[in-house]
Design a binder for this molecule. Structure first.
Ligand code: UDP
Ligand code: MG
Length: 309
């Protein structure tokens, strides 16, 4: 079957949002007069979302549900969406309606003009705590400056991608992934469209602080060696300082100036260097752990129920 648009939504305990998501996506996509499908990826929901998805799929054959064996995380759910989508254009959207489905029409317009990746930029955000806004803004800026790929600022996963791009992304099977970075990395003709990010339709965020931190670490380690190089910079800096300090201390000793005698100085120097070394080891550990995960080569996700067609 030929499908023009695939709308992919990862679902993790979004039972209150599912009917509204389906209704709004259907309204918007029917208005295009082109064929579409809604690919729902259940990321190990425990609140009955899974049954709700099965119902929707039974009701409307354009709804296809992929059901994971457990929770694999938002990034992996998006990946499964890429794998199962059949459309000429694939749109990733949040299930909580923070990304208004109506914006898809604007994304599609740019696609028709020949752009291959059309990402939605959050010009405004509604109904979010100052803490979330502040950490999100900091996150985008740190990632932008540290990584080697210019990942657009204030841009989430909400975007439309051409089939060509999705096929390339499907071949990138890295485990610790940052889909928005990957879709910037591949190149192609890209453009942003601004939109107003709405408040959650219902339910609570599935991104507590520790998950956001994990996402930030994946973003940085996937696209940059900078943290590894920090140890080198620190090494040169402290070696440089100690070389300069040696003649100064010798002179002061000979001249009988009593600074730099006693344990405090030694203690501080030892603790400082010990701390820097432990941090560097930890950073190395982050990369080595990721290497180990990649080396195991396990499947990215396990599907309990795939769509019938
Ligand atoms: N999500 C998921 N797996 C997870 C966490 C979240 O599939 O482990 C989905 C969630 O159902 C939603 C999207 O990812 O469709 C974005 O999550 P959320 O709205 O909680 O994030 P926020 O908008 O608060 O950053
Ligand atoms: Mg949300």
């Amino acid at each position: 079957m030929k499908v023009t648009y695939s709308i992919v939504a990862p679902i993790y305990n979004e039972i209150e949002n599912l009917p509204e998501l389906y209704k709004r996506v259907k309204g918007v996509m029917d208005s295009t007069g082109e064929s579409w499908e809604l690919v729902l990826v259940d990321d190990g929901s425990t609140d009955g979302s899974t049954d709700k998805m099965r119902d929707l799929a039974k009701q409307d054959e354009r709804v296809r549900s992929v059901i994971f064996a457990r929770n694999f995380g938002h990034q992996i759910a998006i990946t499964a969406g890429w794998d199962y989508a059949r459309g000429d254009a694939v749109v990733i959207i949040d299930a909580d309606l923070q990304d208004p489905p109506e914006v898809i029409l604007e994304l599609a317009k740019k696609w028709k003009e020949g752009y291959e990746v059309v990402y939605a930029v959050r010009a405004e955000r509604e109904g979010e705590s100052w803490f979330k806004l502040w950490t999100a803004s900091l996150f985008y800026r740190i990632v932008y400056h540290i990584t080697d790929v210019k990942i657009p600022l204030d841009t989430g996963d909400f975007r439309l991608m051409d089939r060509k791009v999705v096929d390339v992304l499907k071949s990138m099977r890295e485990r610790h992934r940052f889909p928005r970075g990957m879709s910037a990395w591949v190149g192609f003709k890209q453009i942003g469209v601004e939109y107003k990010r709405a408040a959650r339709h219902a339910g609570v965020t599935k991104y507590p602080f520790n998950k956001m931190l994990g996402l930030a670490l994946n973003a940085i380690t996937s696209f940059s060696y900078f943290p590894l190089q920090v140890a080198t910079y620190f090494g040169f800096l402290s070696a440089g300082i100690s070389i300069l300090a040696i003649p100064v201390v010798i002179y002061m000793r000979m001249a009988g100036i009593p600074q730099f005698t006693g344990q405090a100085t030694t203690l501080i120097a030892v603790l400082f260097l010990g701390g820097v070394q432990l941090i560097s080891l930890g950073i190395l550990g982050e990369y080595i752990g990721r290497l180990y995960d990649e080396a195991k080569g396990r499947p990215l996700y396990i599907v309990r129920e795939a769509p019938k067609d």
